[in-house]
Design a protein around this ligand. Structure first.
Ligand SMILES: C[S@@+](CC[C@H](N)C(=O)[O-])C[C@H]1O[C@@H](n2cnc3c(N)ncnc32)[C@H](O)[C@@H]1O
Length: 292
C-alpha cells in the first residue's frame, strides 16, 4: 500500500465514495462491537496488518484445495491443525465438510489484539502494544506501515493512548459459536516457524501464509522444516494459495510426510506457488534449489 490511508464508507458524499471507490473501506473497528455480524467481521480482517502479514480472509475461499484432503485422506479419528487461520472462516468451511475427525485446531500467531477509544477515534494494537490501525470519523490509517502516517496521526495516537486498552478476539463470531458447541474444535496460538508441541497433528493445513508476498524462500523453507517436525509420522501437509493472478483459481497441494521430506499426494491443476519448495525440502538441512 503506497499511502496507507483510506476513506471510511458512509461518511462522505455518495458521488465522492463512488468516484474513489477503491479507496473507500468499511470501518474495521466494528470488531470491537459485541453486535458485529460475521460478514462485517470477516471484511475487517483485510485491514488488519500484523507481524508483516495481513489477516485477509473470506468464506468459501479454498473449496478445490480442501477437496484434495477430503478425496485422498480418511480423516476419521484424525487431528487437523489449521495454521495461520486468521478469523477461522476458512476453518469453518473445512470443518463443515469433514466427517468423523477427532480434533480441529484453529491456530494463528495472532488470535487476540487490543484496542482503545477516545471519542470517535479507535486504535487497534498488536500483542506487543504497537498501534497497527487508527480509525476516525472519516479516515482509517495504518501507522505501523508508514512513518509519515505515524507522524501525521501522532497526536491522535497519543490522545487514544491515554485511554484504557481492552482485549478483542480475532475469531469470527461464527467460529466462536462453533467452539462453544463442538468440543472437538479448539484454538491455539502458534508460530508457523516453530515446532508444534506433542501430541502432533495428523494433518496441517497452511493457507495463504507461506507466500512469497510475505516471506523469502529461505524463511519459507525454514517454516516447512518446522511443519515437517510438527507432523505425526505419515501425516499430511495441505498448502493453499489464492493467487492474485487474474483468472487463477485457488491452488493447493497435498503432501505426505516422509522421513527426509515431503512426497506429493495430489495437487490442483495449477501447482501452488511454493509446491516446488515443499517437494525440494531436505527436512534435515537446507532446501534444495527447486527447478523452475
Ligand atoms: C492471509 S491470512 C490467511 C488466512 C486464511 N488461512 C485464509 O486462507 O483465508 C494469513 C494469516 O497468517 C497469520 N500469521 C502471520 N504470521 C504467522 C506466523 N508466523 N505463524 C502463524 N500464523 C501467522 C496472520 O495473522 C493471518 O491471520
Amino acid at each position: 500500500m503506497l499511502l496507507p490511508l483510506r476513506l471510511l464508507r458512509d461518511r462522505w458524499p455518495t458521488w465522492l465514495e463512488r468516484t474513489a471507490d477503491r479507496f473507500v473501506w468499511s470501518d474495521p473497528s466494528v470488531i470491537t462491537r459485541p453486535d458485529v455480524t460475521s460478514e462485517r467481521f470477516r471484511e475487517a480482517m483485510s485491514a488488519i496488518h500484523v507481524g508483516g502479514t495481513i489477516k485477509i480472509t473470506s468464506s468459501d475461499r479454498h473449496p478445490e484445495p480442501d477437496s484434495l484432503l477430503i478425496d485422498h485422506v480418511d480423516t476419521t479419528g484424525l487431528v487437523i491443525a489449521d495454521v495461520g487461520a486468521s478469523d477461522g472462516s476458512t476453518s469453518l468451511d473445512l470443518v463443515r465438510r469433514l466427517e468423523g475427525f477427532a480434533g480441529y485446531v484453529i491456530s494463528d500467531l495472532f488470535l487476540e489484539i487490543s484496542w482503545a477509544r477516545a471519542g470517535r477515534r479507535t486504535v487497534l494494537y498488536d500483542p506487543a502494544g504497537e498501534p497497527i490501525l487508527l480509525t476516525g470519523h472519516r479516515f482509517l490509517a495504518w501507522p505501523s506501515i508508514s512513518r509519515v502516517i505515524r507522524t501525521l496521526v501522532g497526536p491522535a495516537l497519543r490522545r487514544v493512548g491515554r485511554e484504557p486498552r481492552q482485549p478483542v478476539t480475532l475469531l469470527n463470531p461464527e467460529v466462536v459459536a462453533l467452539l462453544a458447541r463442538d468440543p472437538r474444535v479448539t484454538t491455539r496460538e502458534h508460530d508457523v516457524f516453530t515446532e508444534w508441541p506433542d501430541p502432533k497433528p495428523d494433518v496441517i493445513k497452511v493457507a495463504n501464509l507461506l507466500r512469497r508476498l510475505y516471506f523469502g524462500d529461505e524463511d519459507i523453507a525454514r517454516a516447512l522444516r518446522a511443519l515437517h517436525a510438527s507432523l505425526a509420522p505419515g501425516g499430511h501437509l495441505l498448502i493453499v494459495d489464492n493467487s492474485r493472478e487474474p483468472g487463477m483459481p485457488p491452488r493447493g497441494g497435498l503432501y505426505r510426510r516422509e522421513d527426509t521430506g515431503f512426497a506429493l499426494v495430489a495437487e490442483t491443476p495449477n501447482t501452488p506457488e511454493i509446491g516446488a519448495l515443499v517437494l525440494g525440502l531436505d527436512a534435515a538441512g537446507a532446501s534444495k534449489t527447486p527447478e523452475a
